[in-house]
Design a protein around this ligand. Structure first.
Ligand SMILES: O=C[C@H](O)[C@H](O)COP(=O)(O)O
Ligand SMILES: C=C(OP(=O)(O)O)C(=O)O
Length: 450
């Protein structure tokens, strides 16, 4: 702690005086106090300097010099913290990034929805089955999915598991990204299990051969920079559970500023972005790069108010607006927002989340999304930015490296009748690996055409 510690501590807890939406109702507040006191003493999961570095990288995105790829699970689950699952997700993001970097010739800032994405806001506080009403499942950090009173009761001990699961995941991600696995010469290896079974895998393989040739050429010319041998990869999640995020908020000894050291980047969700609420207040107090999800009801005035609250110094890279309008609305609603924000002189990073505005329930009862709607929203996003001369800064997607059947469509088409085969998400439907690669190729084309 520094000399500023006392005032920083009160700054860090200013959110406590405000209404906080979507918080679990813990039956035992003393147990919550004990867990958060312990968490406050645990080592940070990320270093504040890394958050600054990501802010710089996002600054390049805001200036139109780079593209953000942010993706990962809708909800991570404790029982999926395994080398296999983490590697599959990372591999998918690395492949998407290789496609975007090579095919669109743009530096890609890679940020996972990973190592902390354990909490979910819900539309309804309770769920009713056969006349029985229980609290909704809110992610593994809060309760368990099984439909029993015991499983659905919020348990603060789960926050401790969230911390340890995040630490284990981040540790392996750091190992993979700096220890050789993410070396660009591995572009084929990431695809090995995939190339024979999927059209997108084959398309990727052709691109990987071109990358190989380019690498050999550069090496022959004497260029073999360190950037080819490891990647910068950052972790992000929705800052939903403020007791957890506050316990992981520390004063940076270098600068005296507060950082939420649970992740490099945090975002505030569509359901918790009230301007007079606790989440925006919390985000305004930390120096991490922050995102705000903006749905179709967002007014330009609200967007300008977020800028004043979260980015008063107009620092490129500090604030990311993640729009999630739905394919049917983006072309009508986004232009006015971007126009007014741009006219104000602010330069947030503009990112498209083409998932959350395009969810519907199939006749089978599965929540799903059509790949074509996802694609159409991204297209609309590019069209709007092209028309206004602003930078389409990136995409934010829910995806997995596993061959799940949760979203319909894509090159290796999933039909509505296939959904039951591998529907494994803990909450919302994710793109599988093939659909994710399809999306990367199509986004690269859109970016090039821009
Ligand atoms: O991921 C986003 C939300 O948590 C999710 O869409 C909420 O889902 P629900 O409408 O089923 O509660
Ligand atoms: C809940 C999420 O999204 P939104 O806040 O946009 O609904 C999410 O990204 O997990």
């Amino acid at each position: 702690m520094t000399v500023n510690a006392e005032s920083s501590t009160s700054t860090a807890s200013s959110w406590r005086d405000l209404p906080a939406a979507q918080q679990p109702e813990y039956p035992d507040s003393e147990a919550l106090r004990e867990v958060t006191a312990d968490l406050a003493g645990y080592p940070p999961l990320v270093f504040a300097g890394e958050c600054d570095q990501l802010r710089d990288r996002l600054g390049a995105v805001a200036r139109g010099e780079a593209f953000l790829l942010q993706g990962g699970d809708c909800a991570e689950a404790f029982d999926q913290v395994s080398a296999e699952h983490i590697r599959a997700k990372l591999k998918t993001l690395l492949q998407m990034s290789a496609v975007l970097t090579y095919a669109a010739a743009v530096p890609v800032v890679k940020v996972g929805r990973i190592a902390g994405q354990y909490s979910k806001p819900r539309s309804k506080a309770t769920e009713v089955r056969d006349g029985v009403e229980l609290p909704s499942y809110r992610g593994d950090s809060v309760n368990a999915p099984a439909f029993t009173a015991e499983a659905r009761t919020p348990d603060p001990e789960r926050l401790r598991r969230m911390y340890h699961s995040s630490a284990a995941t981040l540790n392996l991600v750091r190992g993979f990204t700096t220890g050789g696995y993410a070396d660009l010469r591995q572009v084929h290896a990431w695809n090995q299990d995939f190339v024979r079974t999927s059209a997108s895998g084959q398309r990727y393989e052709a691109l990987a051969r071109e990358i190989d040739r380019a690498l050999s050429f550069m090496k022959a010319c004497g260029a073999d920079p360190a950037e080819f041998h490891s990647v910068e990869f950052y972790a992000s999640h929705e800052a939903l559970l403020l007791d957890y995020e506050a316990a992981l908020t520390r004063v940076d000894s270098r600068t005296g500023s507060l950082y939420d050291v649970s992740a490099h980047m945090i975002w505030i969700g569509e359901r918790t972005r009230q301007l007079d609420g606790a989440h925006i207040e919390f985000a305004s107090r930390v120096r991490n790069p922050v995102g705000v999800k903006l749905g179709p009801t967002t007014t330009p005035e609200e967007a300008l108010a977020y800028i004043d609250r979260l980015d008063p110094d107009r620092e490129p890279g500090r604030l990311t607006f993640i729009t999630r309008y739905g394919a049917g609305k983006i072309r009508d609603l986004l232009p006015e927002l971007v126009e007014k924000v741009t006219a104000s002189g602010a330069r947030p990073v503009w990112v498209c989340d083409p998932m959350h505005g395009n969810t519907f329930e199939a006749a089978s009862g599965h929540k799903t999304r059509r790949f074509d709607d996802v694609l159409d929203e991204v297209k609309g996003f590019f069209e709007v930015h092209k028309a206004l001369g602003t930078h389409p800064g990136g995409i934010h997607v829910e995806l997995t490296g596993d061959d799940v059947t949760e979203c319909v469509g894509g090159g290796d088409e999933i039909f509505v009748d296939d959904l039951h085969q591998r529907y494994e998400t803990a909450c919302d439907p994710r793109l599988n690996r093939s659909q994710s690669l399809d999306l990367a190729f199509l986004v690269a084309e859109m970016y090039r055409d821009q």
